[in-house]
Write a protein that binds this ligand. Structure first.
Ligand code: FAD
Length: 669
């Protein structure tokens, strides 16, 4: 087995992985990236609508800042997130957008003067300031107080990934494509790299590094219908789980996006509703204002998906051979807007539905979309259990999304998290030596080659493809938008039985090189473990929070469940994971739990909430009357960042208000 040494190993060449690799390489560390596919085909390229950053350039974003972005994110998470991380994130998002502009992302820009937009189904004329002309624009998205989502038409992920990958290429960062990491090498305390299998030749290779960052994306494809690319199979989470030591966080937190097209499940971006699109039922009736009078179609995704499902359950869905659906109506936006700002949606509608969205309504249904859960990390991105193991992006539970992520906060997480965690990864590389224990490397290599031998040479009778399809159906049927104890237990029983059967997989094709059946067999064993962490976490959590909605426990229960689920798999032969819980400390929160401003207001309060609210009021009362918002924030909940990222962000509104102040002072004179 060939052994390759490097300072920084990054598994995953999507936005998150590449951004970490860039930070490491810029520090002069030897850096190497692994990927299943060419970097530019990573799933990040599929992101359409945009990324959130509180630039406040457009008139509809005026007054926006890190505080508002932070509050929207915490409420979106249904108080499940790590508020310190949400702060780090909100503070750095404007920096990341500007950095990306510098790297060549052609952000859609503000044009001064009047323009017509659709707000709440009505045409409204807004006036963009002359001073904002040419600055980065933003559109409206769900669960946000301001128009904050920066975009490049509806191909944002594509432009970001091309710019970030080109930057990585310019720095000479090698990407070893078609290499699948299948085992993390570790000694129970320290991570040393991975064993990967070449998808073309079948060769096993050890990659040994000071630090290893898992940036392998989400686990959407454990579900039958998902907006995710087919490579989003949760292998990164499984790698961590199979160490028996590292933990996964909040795996039951799975997001369903309201508007994927029926039946194939391809996404139409939230930008459709952000730009003014409406949801209609079988009678053409716009039903969301009845359920969500304030935010309507633009409540957070978990809420809109539930309301849509509720409405279909009342018989208001449009019957189709593929089950009921609802309509997304963007005709009111007009052809010009669709052809400039939503052109990918237009092509999807034409190519996969044969319809023209400027004239026809789009058949949509909530569909699995995003994994809030992932490899649990500290705010510096490192596993609390395995030193040198980092994780970032959708693969991680860093945890800025809690139980529901806001649209536009995921692309932002990849590049912001990559920017921040990349610096900590680089610090780690500078402060540690490359530790090499050849016997340990060989042991992990042998484990994987034994597993392959058993599959190829054994006489098992189970079919990997059938097992996968069955798992995906179980997840869809029993671990979906609405959950209950009976179905979740059934899911656990059936998934555990599948995991047992997976130890008896037999291959029809015995080739050891490019062999999709072997690839599938290696993955399904790991995917089943990931699926079990989702089902077991969901079954144990007897409350409803964000995207985790229990019909038998409909209230958010801050008293008993204000915590993060941790899953591990200490016994390799076990058929279910081990769960434990990490409490969220209300007394350390900047924003104590409350009502989100949308969705059902039925939470069971945490006993510390009032105490913390009073404490915050006392802290603020002790500050100078003219203390600015940064001073206030730091007094309530301090957070750390690498020095280079600490400076405050500048905004047009600051410039405008200082111009106004100057004018006033001049007037005084
Ligand atoms: C259709 C769609 C539209 C979206 N639109 C938006 C949007 O508008 N705004 C927003 O904020 N978010 C959006 N999202 C979410 C967002 O795109 C993703 O969360 C984000 O891009 C994930 O990036 P990542 O770098 O973490 O992972 P990915 O981009 O998924 O990259 C994962 C990488 O890991 C590699 N990999 C995986 N497993 C292995 C392995 N075992 N060994 C080696 N390499 C491996 C892959 O090859 C790939 O390079 C959207 C998601 C979807 C599905």
């Amino acid at each position: 087995m060939q052994i390759i040494y490097t300072d920084t190993l990054v598994v995953g060449a999507g936005l998150a992985g590449l951004r970490v690799a860039i930070a490491s390489k810029e520090r002069g560390l030897d850096t190497l990236v692994l990927s299943l596919i060419p970097a530019k085909r990573s799933h990040s390229a599929a992101a359409q609508g945009g990324m959130q950053a509180s630039l406040g350039n457009t008139v509809k974003g005026m007054g926006d800042d890190e505080d508002v972005h932070f509050q929207d994110t915490v409420k979106g998470s249904d108080w499940g997130c790590d508020q310190t991380v949400a702060r780090m994130f909100a503070h750095c998002a404007p920096k990341a957008v500007r950095e990306l502009a510098n790297w060549g992302v052609p952000w859609t820009r503000v044009t001064k003067g009047d323009r017509e937009v659709i707000v709440n189904a009505e045409k409204v004329t807004i006036h963009e300031a002359a001073a904002a002309h040419g600055l980065i624009n933003a559109r409206d998205f769900g669960g946000t107080k301001k128009w904050r989502t920066c975009y490049t038409a509806d191909g944002t992920g594509h432009s970001l990934l091309y710019a970030v990958d080109n930057k990585a290429i310019s720095l000479g960062i090698p990407v070893h494509e078609r290499m699948e990491a299948l085992k993390i090498i570790h000694d129970g305390k320290r991570c040393h790299g991975v064993i990967a299998r070449c998808l073309i030749t079948g060769e096993l290779r050890a990659y040994i590094a000071k630090s290893t960052t898992i940036a392998t994306g989400g686990y959407g494809r454990i579900y039958e219908v998902s907006t995710n690319a087919i490579i989003c199979e949760g292998i990164g989470q499984a790698l961590a789980l199979e160490t028996g030591v590292a933990t996964l966080g909040n795996m039951e937190a799975v997001q369903f996006h309201p508007t994927a097209i029926v039946p194939v499940g391809i996404l139409t971006t939230e930008g459709c509703r952000g730009d003014g699109g409406l949801l209609r039922d079988k009678d053409g009736y716009r039903f969301m204002p009845d359920y969500e009078p304030e935010k309507k179609e633009l409540a957070s995704r978990d809420v809109v998906s539930r309301r849509m499902t509720e409405h279909m359950r009342k018989g208001k869905g449009v019957e189709s051979p593929y089950g009921p659906h609802l309509w997304l109506d963007i005709t009111l936006l007009g052809r010009k807007h669709i052809e400039t700002n939503l052109r990918e949606v237009k092509e999807i509608c034409e190519n996969f539905l044969g319809i023209d969205p400027a004239k026809d309504w789009i058949p949509v249904r909530p569909t699995q979309h995003y994994s809030m859960g992932g490899i649990r990390t500290t705010p510096t991105g490192e596993s609390p259990q395995l030193s040198g193991l980092f994780s970032v992006g959708e693969a991680a539970c860093w945890d800025m999304h809690g139980f529901n992520r806001l649209g536009g906060n995921s692309l932002a997480e990849t590049v912001v998290g990559g920017m921040i965690i990349g610096k900590y990864v680089a610090d780690f590389g500078e402060q540690h030596d490359l530790v090499v224990d050849t016997a340990l490397i060989n042991r992990f290599g042998k484990d994987l080659s034994d597993e392959i031998d058993q599959l190829v040479d054994g006489n098992g009778s189970e079919n990997a493809f059938e097992l996968k399809l069955t798992m995906q159906r179980i997840m869809m049927d029993y671990v979906g938008i609405f959950r209950n104890g009976v179905e979740l237990q059934q899911a656990i029983d059936e998934l555990s039985a599948l995991l047992k059967r997976a130890s008896n997989i037999g291959l029809k094709c015995k080739k050891r090189h490019a062999n999709p059946e072997l690839v599938e067999a290696l993955r399904i064993r790991r995917m089943l473990k990931v699926a079990l962490t989702v089902a077991c976490g969901a079954n144990a959590r007897t409350e409803s929070r964000g995207a985790h909605s229990r019909e038998d426990f409909p209230q958010r229960n801050d008293k008993d469940w204000l915590n993060r689920t941790l899953s591990s798999w200490p016994d390799a032969n076990a058929l279910i994971p081990t769960l434990s819980y990490e409490p969220l400390d209300v007394m350390a929160m900047e924003l104590p739990p409350g009502y989100r401003g949308y969705g059902v207001n039925n939470a069971i309060a945490h006993p510390d909430t009032e105490k913390r609210e009073q404490q915050i009021a006392d802290i603020l009362a002790q500050l100078d009357a003219d203390a600015d918002r940064y001073v206030k924030q730091a007094a309530i909940m301090p957070f750390e960042l690498p020095d280079a990222l600490l400076p405050n962000n500048e905004r047009l509104s600051d410039t405008l208000s200082s111009l106004v102040k100057t004018a006033n002072v001049a007037g005084d004179k």
